[in-house]
Design a protein around this ligand. Sequence first.
Ligand code: GLY
Length: 335
Amino acid sequence: MKRRKFLKNASLTGVGLAVGTAVTSCNEQVEDKSIASKENPESKAVLPVVVATWHVIDATAKAMEVIESGGSALDAVELGCKIEEANEKGQSVGKGGLPDREGNVTLDACIMDKNGNCGAVLYLKDIKHAVSVARKVMEDTPHVMLAGEGAKQFALESGFEAEDLLTEASKKAWEKWKVESKYKPIINIENHDTIGMLAVDKNGDVSGACTTSGLAYKMNGRVGDSPIIGSGLFVDNEVGGAVATGLGEEVVKTVGSFLIVELMRQGKSPQEACEEAIGRIVNKPGKDYKDFQVGYIAVNKKGETGCYSIHQWFSMTKFQDGVNEQIQSHFFNKS
Ligand code: GLY
């Protein structure tokens, strides 16, 4: 079961859900423990490793294939993310992404390499592979970010093809949304999700990328955390990397991915660092985290991994040591 549907079926009102072999519901917190033994971030310092937000087995498989055939972590995360960007069934990334409230599908993406170089595109229209345009920004321009019309112009000049990203299914969903047009920027946990991917290759080099169509039915012009280096993604080749999914506004306010990498630099495990970053969000005075989801994944240079979210039902896909598997995340809100 994939990302948006996964969350939809698992609303906080408590609908049961099958996750791999673990069948759980909001009332069966004990199931979370049984999954926990699978995810002991201290247990595996094995390279290479690829991790990604949500259930994206095909994407992590592609990334590992790239690494196994001698490719870099950077190639791996780009090609892995492209799998989801091309997957029209995924309504939160690339082609088929849900549009803003005016019907525009706009993509945000970024990428970061082992040397600390980075590139990003914001509010990119009509170009499916936003992550590849972000890489081109990194490699072929003196800039880090290109937005809107300029990003599209650059993509077209770089040889990317323009296409309509609004599929029939996404158009239908938008038309249904328009009936009520709830104009609230408050996002519940089923509203959107980003694909973020981190890889450590055979040389021990770290890279990361993330890509999204952002919040469904967002205001025209809205940009989230995903193209913001330090918020949606951060990589430091001396330490590791982190990537975020969920309500970008809350990730940006705490510069979450940079925070996680810095916490790992100070000696925290990826798991501890993700938990502290979620803590920064939920412990803010007056913050009602019940209405939105944020999830983080992280990897350190040794190949240890972590993931943590505010609410249940976040998951990470990890390909390591010959096993490509979905791992259910631990989470903060047990109420
Ligand atoms: N995390 C994706 C977004 O908020 O747009």
